[in-house]
Ligand binder design. Sequence first.
Ligand SMILES: [Zn+2]
Length: 322
Amino acid sequence: MAETFLAMPQQLEAKLGEWTARAGDRLRVDYVTSYSGHRVYALTLTDPAVPRERKRAHYFAQPHAHEPGATVGMMDVIEQLITGHDLAGAPSPLDAARVLAQSVLTFNPIGNPQGRERAPVLYWDGSRYSNDEFWCWMRGEDPDRPGQMWKRLDLWDDRVERAPARIGIIYEQIDPHRYVEPNRSHLSSYFRLFHRMDSEIGYDRWLDLHQTEFVNSPHNCMVLLALPGLAEGEIAREDRAWAEQITVAWQQAGFRPAPPQPLSYTGEQAEYFRRNWGALHQRMPILTSEIKNNAPDAPPDFQRQAQVIAIQQSIWRLLAMA
Ligand SMILES: [Zn+2]
């Protein structure tokens, strides 16, 4: 499984040489360098012979270091588009020549390589860590509540906060003292990379790939819509139709999706989203996929396949609109 579950920064970089040799000018590699010195990559696939005006552009990203299934899903689809088969060697259902002639697809497979590299496992399958232990890896262990994860902050400073002894892997260090949760601050490499790519390419939509634990839920995947009020009109209608398409595809693949629903955050967490995502939701359709993490009934191949389906459906939907 380790050979096909490509989720660590060094696995991505090892693959890049092979991909660039094979894809030629169909693959463009951009990156920003994080404070930690890691490269955060945007891998863009398109047919350069077709002008941008005749294509639609889709951004795919994942911000959370503890959600490697989102990375492997993107790695798998990139492999499909470049080689015609997936990481396990099965033929791809994507018609790569047609896809790349009609679209510009940019993938940020590892939004926080510093955090990812600090993970104690390649993937989380529930065999080594309970959810409480997993969550302490994610946010750090609360210094005041042993065994419990620390509070959730968009940006924090270790001169102000009494931080956990081991910093949670969800955070990206952005200077000697400050840390951010990547999708909750535009100071993150994840957002810096998006803005840099977007200023040139101008994306038409965004799928953000995530994982969550589905504790006490009969479901193992779902699409999240914007917080109520953030997306409106035609964009909100398209968000919902696109979400339904992914959900049906998961059902047909034998997974157990929950119906699409808006992000349910309130208070401070909702405010982080309004501040960082509000303008983006006004501009283009954006969805979040959530695939079950850290559980014996969500093995690594399920995590990969469920994210692959969400990405493939998004690509087909993009083509159908072109
Ligand atoms: Zn997440």
